[in-house]
Design a protein around this ligand. Structure first.
Ligand code: C2E
Ligand code: CA
Ligand code: CA
Ligand code: CA
Length: 283
């Protein structure tokens, strides 16, 4: 029994080692990957819950790794955060996503598709954030009001005025700021008033309880309370992880404004956004 236990630990160690080696390798490969253009963006539509029409899309970055295939952001964003490469990578994502949004608008003859881009904590602390964002918008010709930057609730917990200043400046220019993964960060609700945000993105963990009918009554109460609070502060509510029609109907009835999830569409190629006929998905 002792020997078997020993083997198991050796095996576990070897696995941990392999993971560490992979992490190390991926971290080292990031700068060249950015230079070689191995990153690409998938777009997931955001829809208005009341009629299913497309409001915009969230840009979600992927890495087409020559050896490991397509890697999701959870595999490399934390590594890029740690090394600071998130700054040039995040700038590339912003530039590419904004260019794409401008293309959609051109192809649509001015229809107001909006684009959501995620911002990491390191980008928030980077002194060039406002200037870079303004430059990207000016070069593309996209109106600031068509851009929404998503910042996680946890990145803003305990944020002082110095950290909030760049977000306030962007908000003053008309850029929307969304509080991402809302409800997972234990932030002080009263604190919400201080933040320059206009959208709450309710984390998927809260909408899960609405996948079954009847919905989990505690989750219904929580969403009800958050929607009331958000609307009283004139914030819009977006829900993530909508996977079923019943869930969409329930969230619509609870007063949520926009939704995102597999029920409508998985993240995908940019040209799919304006061909999406979402009228079938109206709950
Ligand atoms: P997030 O911002 O919370 O993005 C939503 C995640 O939920 C995405 O995962 C999306 O594919 C997934 N999702 C969407 N609809 C559904 C659904 O109906 N059911 C389920 N189970 N999942 C759904 P993804 O693409 O793997 O991204 C993971 C995280 O990586 C994102 O979470 C975001 O925090 C981060 N991320 C993605 N792109 C970027 C980026 O360009 N910059 C930064 N800093 N972070 C990014
Ligand atoms: Ca997000
Ligand atoms: Ca989120
Ligand atoms: Ca989330």
């Amino acid at each position: 029994a002792k020997a078997a236990g020993g083997n198991r630990f050796e095996f576990a160690d070897a696995e941990a080692d392999a993971r560490a080696i992979t992490r190390h390798g991926l971290t080292n490969a990031l700068p060249a990957a950015l230079e070689r253009g191995e990153f690409f963006i998938e777009y997931q539509p955001l829809v208005h819950l009341h009629d299913g029409s497309v409001h915009g899309a969230e840009a979600l970055v992927r890495w087409s790794h020559p050896q490991y295939g397509v890697l999701g952001p959870d595999r490399f964003i934390p590594l890029a955060e740690r090394t600071g490469l998130i700054v040039p990578l995040g700038r590339w994502v912003l530039e590419e996503a904004v260019r794409q949004a401008r293309n959609w608008q051109r192809q649509h003859g001015g229809s107001a598709l909006r684009i959501n881009v995620n911002l990491s904590p390191t980008q928030l602390h980077h002194p060039g954030l406002v200037a870079d964002t303004v430059a990207v918008l000016e070069n593309s010709g996209l109106a600031p009001g068509a851009l929404c930057l998503e910042v996680t609730e946890s990145a803003l917990i305990g944020a002082d005025d110095e950290l909030l200043e760049p977000l306030r400046r962007l908000a003053a220019l008309g850029v929307d700021i969304a509080l991402d993964d809302f409800g997972t960060g234990y932030s002080n609700l009263a604190n919400l008033r201080r933040l320059p945000v206009s959208v709450l993105k309710l984390d998927r963990s809260f909408t899960k309880g609405m996948q079954q009918q009847p919905a989990n009554p505690v989750d219904v109460k929580i969403v009800e309370g958050i929607v009331a609070l958000a609307h009283s502060l004139e914030l819009a509510v977006t829900v993530e992880g909508v996977e079923t029609g019943a869930q969409a109907a329930q969230l619509r009835d609870l007063g949520c404004d926009t939704a995102q999830g597999w029920y409508y569409a998985r993240p995908g190629a940019p040209d799919r956004i304006h061909t999406l006929s979402l009228s079938d998905a109206v709950p």
